[in-house]
Design a protein around this ligand. Structure first.
Ligand SMILES: C[S@@+](CC[C@H](N)C(=O)[O-])C[C@H]1O[C@@H](n2cnc3c(N)ncnc32)[C@H](O)[C@@H]1O
Length: 277
């Protein structure tokens, strides 16, 4: 087992941990996500190809853009997820939709390289950037890079003590299938931590946030990554992603227990935690 068992503090719900999202609400949310590519309605089988094209296009500039568009704050959010996970040496970790390896690198740093980490992502361009980065920087310990789809993981049951996923779930076509797969590959007592953009909880920020993400981000994307439309997709997909409680409902529906969330930066992002007990 990895990380801390839910404590009374976590159980009290740092981020509400409300159970208001019903089964049908979370089922509807999964169906809506499967049929949307940003604000565009698409046939579900089309979505993964469109998402793949986004990350093929931005892979080379992905890390730089992350720093510029979040003014470095994405680093703090990832550290917050790892704080909550509290990784330990000797455990087995899956960093799903791990992309260029930001989370895997931080995780390995925290345990001095003494954990088995698999970084899985559907996109080979993103994995290649991550692998080069691991070689260039000399990450501590070993990480296995694997091309894999979160909806159909190539692992036997109960292989991992914890699974992290940062800014990945929103891009998956069938979120319910991915959540079921994550639960399947976690050992009993294992934990899922998911960092994703979420819904603002601080009143008064919406206008500024909308203007920034829907108007400024695509321009930045064009200037820095030579691609406005991928960053338009990013902003739109955030709007399409369910709010904190609805997503918590989807995680519960997949069979996770002790599901809680913590808001970050007023709800711009949130971390959800669930246990496979
Ligand atoms: C916004 S990036 C996040 C990368 C990294 N986790 C981070 O936080 O910097 C989203 C990643 O999700 C991956 N992804 C999208 N759909 C996926 C799927 N079905 N299975 C696995 N990875 C997927 C993309 O290829 C991309 O690398």
């Amino acid at each position: 087992m990895t990380g801390r068992r839910p404590t009374s503090r976590a159980a009290s719900g740092d981020g509400a941990g409300s159970r208001t999202a019903g089964r049908s609400e979370s089922g509807d949310a999964a169906a809506r996500l499967a049929a949307s590519f940003g604000f565009e309605e698409v046939a579900p089988p089309e979505k993964s190809g469109r998402v793949r094209a986004v990350f093929d296009s931005v892979a080379g500039r992905y890390d730089l853009m992350n720093d510029i568009m979040s003014m470095g704050v994405h680093r703090l959010w990832k550290e917050a997820m790892l704080d909550w996970l509290a990784p330990r040496a000797g455990r087995r970790y899956l960093d799903l939709a791990g992309g260029t390896g930001d989370v895997a690198e931080r995780l390995l740093d925290r345990v001095g390289g003494r954990a088995a980490v698999v970084l899985a992502d559907i996109n080979v361009s993103m994995l290649e950037v991550g692998r080069d980065r691991a070689l260039d920087r000399g990450w501590p310990g070993a990480v296995r890079f694997l091309a894999a789809d979160a909806q159909q993981l190539p692992f036997a049951d109960a292989q991992f003590d914890a699974c992290t996923m940062a800014f990945g779930i929103r891009n998956v076509t069938h979120v319910d299938r991915a959540l079921a797969e994550i639960r399947r590959v976690l050992a009993p007592g294992g934990r899922f931590l998911c960092l994703e953009f979420s819904r603002l909880v601080l009143p008064g920020l919406e206008r500024l946030y909308d203007a920034y993400s829907l108007s400024v981000l695509p321009v930045m994307g064009r200037i820095v990554a030579g691609d406005a439309s991928s960053y338009r997709y990013l902003a739109e997909s955030i709007r399409r992603f369910p709010d904190q409680d609805t997503f918590a409902g989807m995680i519960r529906r997949a069979g996770f227990e002790q599901v809680r969330h913590r808001n970050l930066s007023g709800g711009i992002a949130a971390i959800h935690s669930g246990w496979r007990l």
